[in-house]
Design a binder for this molecule. Structure first.
Ligand code: 1GP
Length: 238
């Protein structure tokens, strides 16, 4: 159970792979980095251009190389593969575009229910700078140190009944979310909080865990610097 594993500290680091940047050709190399680094799970998704074919091909390639759980992280219902172990069923709560809040969820609900994969409802909150997901997702970006607005959204998410909260600065962000926002949200929540975007070094990753995050996501670093990926994962698990 992916959610249980996140809740109870068995999945603390997740690596995001974007099918746009990771064709089947270099999957073997990237999975080798991820395995050696000790990352616990692999997310597959990206903000643009992730159609069923490229997502499915990447999921198949990953499943052939590792037993780590593969979790879909979709930007639209097309970014789907029935072969994944689970899906973050995201609702971008601070979007101006209803399709990211509930439209895509409605569109994909019956298909998802018919699969055997674990569907985890996730309140997705996008902070400054937001990067591509902020733009594509029409987000009213939350300031990276705005504790009060973050708590408003996170509390709403918990009361509505989401199973997890994902605090996102955007893939490739030059700076992560302020750990004090993570701390305030985590102190107040009973559901697990996942943090991602702009986490590039072991100290920042560790700070997120010390602030109460259940798990940390890194994407960009797996593609560019596998050595740092290993140090990030070690810092998280130390
Ligand atoms: C995506 O936040 C993650 O949700 C990944 O971000 O690519 O900046 O590590 P990075």
């Amino acid at each position: 159970m992916i959610l249980e594993n996140i809740k109870y500290g068995r999945i603390r680091h997740l690596t995001l792979l974007d099918p746009e940047k990771n064709g089947p050709d270099n999957t073997e190399k990237v999975i080798d980095f991820i395995d050696r680094a000790g990352s616990d799970a692999i997310m597959v998704g990206g903000s643009t251009g992730t159609g069923t074919k490229s997502v499915d091909e990447l999921v198949v390639a990953i499943k052939g190389l590792t037993k780590k759980p593969v979790i879909l992280f979709p930007s639209s219902p097309e970014a789907f593969s029935p072969r994944a172990d689970g899906i973050f069923y995201l609702s971008l709560l601070n979007s101006n575009d209803l399709k990211y809040v509930m439209g895509y969820q409605v569109q994909s609900s019956r298909l998802l229910k018919s699969t055997r994969m674990e569907v985890i409802s996730v309140a997705y909150l996008v902070f400054e700078p937001g990067m591509t997901v902020g733009k594509v997702g029409g987000a009213r970006l939350i300031k990276r140190d705005d504790v009060s607005t973050a708590l408003d959204y996170a509390t709403a998410a918990e009361l509505i009944g989401f199973q997890a909260i994902y605090l996102e600065a955007g893939s490739g962000a030059p700076q992560s979310i302020d750990p004090k926002v993570v701390k305030a949200v985590c102190e107040d929540m009973t559901i697990p909080v996942i943090v991602g975007g702009g986490i590039r070094d072991p100290i920042t990753a560790r700070k997120m865990l010390d602030s109460g995050a259940a798990a940390v996501v890194t994407g960009t670093i797996a593609e560019s610097d596998p050595e740092i990926l290993g140090r990030i994962v070690s810092a998280i698990k130390s």
